[in-house]
Design a protein around this ligand. Structure first.
Ligand SMILES: NC(=O)c1ccc[n+]([C@@H]2O[C@H](COP(=O)([O-])OP(=O)(O)OC[C@H]3O[C@@H](n4cnc5c(N)ncnc54)[C@H](O)[C@@H]3O)[C@@H](O)[C@H]2O)c1
Ligand SMILES: [Zn+2]
Length: 358
């Protein structure tokens, strides 16, 4: 019981294997894919004790446990990883396996992109966000004090193993946050997936069947794979994946990345985009309601009522997607999204105020 999705990439296509128990069958899966066992496994200090150590012991592999969290997605952690590999004699022909959330796959993928000018790596995402978003698409990188993801590389893994059993240990809040990206993906290209996200929230990990988790992840991966196959380097279509992210990033930055999980900020951002879509005549009132309801069904998230809307929106101006004509937003339509919509900061402030009123 697994779903295989092939992701096209200019640097070599790779497969994403989704389903329960992938890590237990790692040796077998690698054999089937004609890939050698990795030489090193890298994880964080939370996922190590939960999943990494067992895997490393079963395969007799070296395990590096890095400190987790956005504050450790840095050059320093990349250096530590590379020096660890060097100390363990990992050579150019060897590969590494990253097991963890988006922080680990972004950091280890970037280390793999630069170590000895690039080695192969395998991604084993263990958060829902990692499975449906971060581990697929080839973007790797770390943060600078000036902002998130400011250095990085397109360096796709050779294989992605999304073992949905690992979600059993993921805190419910992290699961809900990951579902915001599922709602985003659903709006872009698979509206029937919209119903699965609230079902997953209501049931929680344990009550939803392994098949349903597999389907939810596989269908989300399929949307991301389709988008990045068309536009790996974000010249056009890939921007669709930024739906909900312009206001989401501003909310995260304005609260110093302390209040919201990324997905929670994106859930607010999806509502902001829905309001803007309607205001710009791109989305019907029903469509606005549908997207906002889907976002609300993601459950409780930290509030925004106390925030200064003007101060939050001042962070939009530093968004990377800015170009000469102002800020380009991705806005929802009744059957998908449109890219590069110009939104004045003053209008964004009005929309945020509307959102604050509830
Ligand atoms: N490369 C991309 O295309 C891309 C896309 C989206 C997001 N990202 C990046 O992903 C990062 C966020 O990823 P994330 O949300 O996975 O965060 P994360 O890696 O910090 O994981 C969230 C928390 O859950 C813990 N955890 C992970 N798996 C677990 C498990 N199975 N059981 C229990 N605990 C577990 C982690 O230790 C961490 O504390 C951000 O830095 C973001 O920029 C990258
Ligand atoms: Zn995101």
């Amino acid at each position: 019981m697994t779903a295989n999705l092939d992701v096209k990439s200019g640097r070599g296509d790779y497969r994403t294997i989704v389903g329960p128990g992938g890590l237990e069958r790692l040796g077998e899966i690698l054999n089937g894919e004609n890939l050698a066992l990795p030489r090193s496994i890298v994880t964080d200090t939370t996922v190590g004790p939960l999943h990494g150590r067992k895997l490393a012991a079963a395969l007799g592999l070296d395990l590096l446990e890095l400190p987790g969290g956005e504050t450790n997605k840095t050059w320093a952690t990349v250096e530590r990883t590379c020096r660890h590999w060097l100390g363990n004699g990992l050579d150019r022909g060897g590969s590494a396996l990253a097991i963890g959330g988006g922080i680990i796959t972004d950091t280890v993928g970037f280390a793999a992109a630069t170590y000895l000018r690039g080695i192969a790596w395998i991604a084993a995402p263990t958060t829902l966000l990692g499975m449906v978003d971060a581990a697929v698409g080839g973007k790797t990188g770390v943060n600078l004090p000036e902002g998130k993801n400011l250095v990085g590389a397109f360096w796709p893994p050779r294989l992605v193993i999304a073992d949905t059993n690992t979600l059993s240990t993921l805190p419910a809040r992290e699961l809900r946050a990951g579902l915001a990206e599922v709602v985003k993906a659903a709006w872009i290209n698979d509206r029937s997936l919209l119903d699965l996200a609230p079902e997953a929230i209501e049931m929680g990990y344990d009550s939803m069947s392994p098949q349903a988790w597999e389907a939810l992840v596989a269908r989300s991966v399929a949307i991301k794979a389709e988008v990045v196959a068309e536009d790996e380097r974000e010249a056009g279509r890939r921007k669709a994946l930024n739906l909900g992210h312009t206001m989401g990033h501003a909310l995260e930055a304005a609260t110093r990345y302390e209040r919201f999980l990324h997905g929670e900020a994106v859930a607010w951002g999806l509502e902001a985009a829905a309001i803007l879509g309607r205001r710009h005549g791109l989305l019907s009132a029903d469509g606005e309601k549908e997207l906002r309801t889907a976002s609300r069904k993601l459950g409780e998230r930290p509030g925004i009522a106390d925030l200064d809307a003007g101060a939050v929106c001042s962070y939009i101006a530093v968004d990377k997607k800015r170009d000469a004509d102002g800020i380009a937003w991705v806005l929802p339509t009744d059957d998908g999204v449109v890219l590069d919509q110009r939104v004045e900061t003053a209008e964004a402030v009005e929309v945020l105020r509307e959102l604050q009123k509830g």
